[in-house]
Design a protein around this ligand. Structure first.
Ligand code: SF4
Ligand code: MG
Length: 337
């Protein structure tokens, strides 16, 4: 079956005073309808930039986007801004981390949710308002019929986040890009929102890109996972592959920062030591080598010299690391089982 969203060799570059930043450097993925792709990585790995490019929300004055972005067979990479504007909010929709930039302070929450629905469906004002109340209820706003006429500043941060999610979902998008959608929410509301996304997907066959730094979240939500580092995919596979038998040391690091399931109360949390590299002057060889504890286990200094290609391993699985398979099997950390 044809993928609904297909991204081919995407490259996103920013011109800065100090030079060219390669924020995304040759990324490809496919997403069929009704499926969820998790894009995982630390901040600065290129996850959000990828999605802004898909949505056409990058600033064209300083950004160069090359490669192909196909939505339902339609090329978006060079689509006119008008065409992208029409698609956004209807066919494709997004939830960002920061609800303040998505909601206008000048209109009531209900109006901001009802208005795109009215435009999209031709519904009457009264019906669109009922739809706004319904959506606010679905994202867990208590007494939505009373809150619908509030302004965003009457809402708490968590409620604004939920209102923004209601806004993103009101037109039943076919592609939803959710960038850390639940990070700011407490666990109960987080679960409620994830259930809502699952319902939407079941009912509508929505394709979802779910961006997160937290591999723990992807388990319940995603079908496939793409792990990004320094603007590239370093590992991808089914959610099972990535969680049960991750292959790339960076993925091990991401999993190691989860609380350990051991009896040892003193077992520390293990964030990945070091910081992601500068995308202005990325390191030679494997971009993860400055932080990788295994770089000296690969002969001939290859990790510092030669960039490992993203090697397919069948079943849609791939990873980019010089370590040989048998070493990987020996090394796969206990925390990861
Ligand atoms: Fe580590 Fe080398 Fe693999 Fe990069 S290629 S992740 S430095 S072992
Ligand atoms: Mg981000």
């Amino acid at each position: 079956t044809e993928p609904f969203l297909s991204v081919r060799d995407l490259r996103v570059r920013f011109a800065t005073e100090d030079g060219l930043v390669k924020a995304v450097d040759g990324l490809s993925f496919d997403l069929p309808r009704g499926r969820t792709l998790g894009i995982v990585g630390e901040s600065g790995s290129g996850k959000s930039v990828t999605n802004l490019a898909v949505l056409g929300l990058h600033d064209p004055r300083v950004t160069t986007v090359t490669g192909d972005i196909l939505l339902d067979g339609r090329e978006l990479t060079h689509a006119p801004r008008r065409a992208l504007e029409r698609l956004r909010g209807n066919t494709m929709s997004m939830i960002f981390q920061d609800s303040l930039t998505a909601l206008s302070p000048y209109y009531t929450v209900g109006r901001q949710i009802a208005e795109p629905y009215r435009k999209h469906t031709g519904a009457s004002r009264a019906r669109a308002r009922r739809r706004a109340v319904e959506m606010l209820g679905r994202v867990g706003i208590p007494r939505p019929e009373r809150r619908v006429d509030d302004y965003p500043h009457h809402f708490s941060g968590g409620m604004r986040q939920r209102a923004m999610i209601a806004l993103a979902l009101v037109c039943d998008p076919e592609l939803l890009i959710a960038d850390e959608p639940t990070t700011a929410l407490d666990v109960t509301v987080q679960a409620q929102i994830l259930d809502l996304l699952a319902d939407l997907q079941r009912e509508r066959g929505t394709a979802i890109v779910f961006v997160t730094h937290d591999l723990g979240v992807v388990a319940g939500v995603c079908d496939e996972v793409l792990v990004m580092y320094a603007g590239r995919c370093v590992e991808r596979g089914t959610v099972r592959d990535i969680l049960k038998s991750p292959r790339h040391p960076y993925t091990w690091g991401l999993l190691g920062s989860l609380p350990r399931m051991t009896d040892d109360a003193d077992e520390p949390l293990r964030p990945i030591p070091g910081t992601p590299p500068s995308l202005l002057t990325p390191p030679p060889g494997c971009p993860f080598h400055p932080r990788c504890p295994y770089r000296d286990q690969v002969p001939d200094d290859r990790c510092r010299v030669e960039r490992p290609p993203l090697a397919p391993e069948g079943g849609g699985r791939a990873s980019a690391c010089h370590l040989p398979d048998e070493r990987v099997r020996e090394l796969t950390p206990g925390a990861v089982r």
